[in-house]
Design a protein around this ligand. Sequence first.
Ligand code: G6P
Length: 618
Amino acid sequence: MCGIVGYVGPAEPSTRPLDVVLEGLARLEYRGYDSAGVALVTEGGLAWAKRSGKLTNLTTALAEHPLPPATAGIGHTRWATHGGPTDANAHPHVSADGKLALIHNGIIENFRELRQELEADGVPFASETDTEVAAHLVARAFDQTGDLTEAMRQVATRLDGAFTLLAVHASLPQTVVGARRNSPLVVGRGDGENFMGSDVSAFISHTRHALELGQDQIVTITPDSIEVIDTEGNTVTPREYDVDWDASTAVKGGFATFMDKEIHDQPKAVADTLLGRTDDRGFLQLDELRIEESVLRSVDKIIVVACGTAAYAGHVAKYAIEHWCRIPVEVELAHEFRYRDAVVSEKTLVVAITQSGETMDTLQAVRHAREQGSKVLAIVNTYGSTIARESDAVLYTHAGPEVAVASTKAFLAQITACYLLGLYLAQLRGNKYVDEIAGYLDELGAIPEKVQRILDNADHIREVAREMQDTTSVLFLGRHVGYPVAMEGALKLKELAYIHAEGFAAGELKHGPIALIAEGQPVFIVTPTPRRPELHQKVVSNIQEVRARGARTLVIAEEGDHDVEPYADIIFRIPQAPTLMLPLLMVVPLQIFACELASAKGLDVDQPRNLAKSVTVE
Ligand code: G6P
């Protein structure tokens, strides 16, 4: 995963390169926080600093030992793969002569043989990383060619695996060269200065003009130019676009944590994802549809591929899409889909759901599906990301940048987008009339205000969460669309509060999980609406069953649902909504609960231990 930043600016050395790079790293730290480092091109040659641990360790070190003014710089925040999170393994990696510094996001799969080759040639290694081979290889190629772009091109063709590489050289005061394959890299066009980053948040406070790089491309930036070539050396014209959100959406905006802010961003995330989806006839439209309508009409199966929270959004979507479109929907973890001999054909529509658009398992599942002849539609939050580019069609969620590692607002936006897809297919295939679709869109349109009501009345949830900070195990039960919500609630508690938590289908209770119920065991129950009595009554019975065995019952129930009252130790109320809309509400108290409990334990809810925001390795 890792976050990378590059900057070139005016000829007069200044502190700007370091300031820009450190600001970018702060915004990208969600991608990894095992170590951080910077390298600057200064009048006296390269200067660099790196520290294991979070970015503050590096900034503290820089305050004690400042680096000289510079004209260009690169910076890296690491999620460790090869080699532990030590100072030595932190990026940048520097060539033996100290003249070239390089940073990397991804995994170089053939690094062992390359390292052996370099070591046999007497190149000394200072770290255990796969990255260091690239630093030495680019330095050697530069010594031979005197051209950093050409050196990077030559090395890129020798590397297997996934990489974004950025390099600077002491003899090139105003140049940064990057290369990418399977890992993200975007370029920011400034005025007399240019930028690179793992995503646009790295430079969004300086420019909104961005360029999207394709696979296997090499980019060279100077203050006044951006040049892109492919690995054959052909010139490429990258697509330019303007980022439609501003820097304020990538900062905490008055909240103590990104997690808290993003939970509060949810009404807007849903509203923005719904915006502008219908044409003047009331017909739904997708963003980038490169699939023939006749192909979509003939789809006989949908397979959702995703990881983590995005997969739970897919589980929710299954209920709606099957109900509206009468198409069978399978939901599969992307890594399991790829290595299973899944039955797919040209009539299978694979739907990839991903916030980042960079999750390696999901990307590989997309490629695998396309190789089998299936069409892939991606539901993605990050514009121009790899999965968006490689899919046949894209439906963007407009949740804005999600910075906290554990996903919240992306989940609501993903469910919303999946529902739009379901309604789109229902319209196209004639399963629903336009006025029926308009009715569902109205129900979706009412969600932001209902989420806001939950957020405005969350004191009780927070109070209970603080009270429960010593809890060691929590169970979550849900039925129908409440089942994936239960699993997502459990995931949030694991990720944020490091508490053992499991989500079960309420109907499974008597087939095993009930054995876990001992005196005082907290059990969350996600209750269906009483307007679906066949679901509701069964869950109310489940509440009684666990309570009778000593559980402490924490019940999520609609306003006005009095049937749960006799059996609930605690009730968290949510506004009333039709069954398929309820997941968008039911999950919110569970997010708030996990966030508050983790904060009460003194944990870092934005950057939980061992996790990373974008899992760009398999
Ligand atoms: C990581 C994150 C999760 C996220 C998952 C999928 O595990 O910590 O919050 O749900 O990746 O990410 P994606 O970007 O593909 O939605």
